[in-house]
Design a protein around this ligand. Sequence first.
Ligand SMILES: Cc1cc2nc3c(=O)[nH]c(=O)nc-3n(C[C@H](O)[C@H](O)[C@H](O)COP(=O)(O)O)c2cc1C
Length: 163
Amino acid sequence: MSRPADVLKTLTLGVYIIGVAAGDERNAFTAAWVMQVSFDPLLVAVGIHPKHRSYRILKEGGGFTINVLAKDQLELARHFGQHADDDKLAGHAWRPGRFGAPILRDALAWLDCDFHHQCPAGDHQLVIGRVLDGGIAHPGEPLLYRDTGDMDGANHLFPDTFS
Ligand SMILES: Cc1cc2nc3c(=O)[nH]c(=O)nc-3n(C[C@H](O)[C@H](O)[C@H](O)COP(=O)(O)O)c2cc1C
């Protein structure tokens, strides 16, 4: 019998650093639940846990960036995938997008988005952003979520069986 965790992990997901900013406050966090959801307008969705510090900053700031990680950027995924009391961006080269959210210099590609709307999605919020700008900085192969193993510590959150 197939386990839910094994089946769900066959969905092909990338790994992204979501940048947020409000006033002088900035942060960034690793996310895998990211996808395009509309052509016109050009919309993307990010599944965010509402307890993340970044969620509050995103809502206050009104926009966010999506930084696409490359295959060899596992350590960046790990770094931004943990809560930190100090500045996670210290030591990382970045520039601000239209809302001040960080665009990481070393990411494969980036999108700059404004907050369009959000919908509750179980224990996460689905934040929908309108894509305003973007670029490919370092063409290459993207990092895949399945290659991060249990870096997010989420394996135990899957149910043991399908109900
Ligand atoms: C590979 C990976 C994927 C992740 N995907 C998501 C995601 O899609 N949505 C989410 O809310 N958190 C995701 N996380 C967890 C957050 O990155 C993590 O909780 C982070 O500490 C939140 O940062 P903050 O509290 O500084 O805002 C992921 C973590 C990792 C390592």
